[in-house]
Write a protein of this length. Structure first.
Length: 210
């Protein structure tokens, strides 16, 4: 009986960080739904131009002309176009991809905190990102602001894993870091300013490769 109770307590301790992270993510989702933004159709607003390009893509029309250069932001608007094709264009369907990115930022904060310090530090970092006002406000708007932080943060996390790894594992983590940073660049070009951070995180792996 005592062994059974001890085993159950051990399983609960192992599951506690995951349950806590799930709670943080649920809280983050609730805050973003409470502050739901949707599309803004103000004069020359970015949201309306993004939505128009995504709708054109959803109907099979590739970007054409200087007014649709946003269509080259593949990791940003092409998934939205896929959602529009399945669910139709609207406030809620336009918010799905940015919302996923915003929640990914919360998870990425936990992963980096856990890697650099402890699980508790990761949970604190995730809670801070979950409740950050700018993250909450941008998490349901069709803009790059919610996606770039997630992709860059996950790129740094992959680079951190590449640093102690060796051989194919290191190459795989490094490839993931580069691919995620490239995706961030395709969402917004300014994401490349974070390249030095990614390089610094994976510096040891790079030196071994050289």
């Amino acid at each position: 009986m005592a062994a059974r109770v001890t085993g159950r307590a051990s399983r609960l301790r192992r599951a506690a960080p995951g349950l806590a992270l799930a709670g943080v993510l649920a809280g983050a989702l609730a805050l973003r739904l409470w502050a739901f933004g949707g599309l803004s159709f103000g004069f020359l607003s970015d949201d309306s131009r993004y939505a128009a390009v995504a709708q054109n893509l959803a109907h099979g029309h590739l970007p054409a002309g200087p007014s649709e250069w946003f269509g080259a932001r593949i990791a940003f608007l092409w998934p939205v176009a896929g959602i529009f094709r399945v669910a139709g264009a609207g406030d809620y369907s336009a918010a799905v991809w940015p919302l996923a990115g915003s929640l990914a930022s919360v998870a990425a904060a936990y992963l980096r905190g856990r890697e650099l310090a402890t699980r508790r530090a990761g949970l604190v970092a995730a809670a801070i990102v979950a409740a950050a006002p700018l993250e909450v406000l941008m998490g349901t708007r069709l803009r790059p602001d919610a996606l770039v932080p997630a992709l860059v943060a996950l790129s740094v996390w992959c680079a951190l894993h590449a640093a102690p790894a060796r051989g194919r594992a290191a190459a795989g983590w490094a490839l993931g870091a580069g691919a995620l940073l490239g995706a961030g660049w395709s969402v917004r070009e300014s994401a490349l300013v974070m390249a030095p951070v990614v390089v610094a995180a994976g510096w040891r792996a790079g030196r071994r490769a050289i």
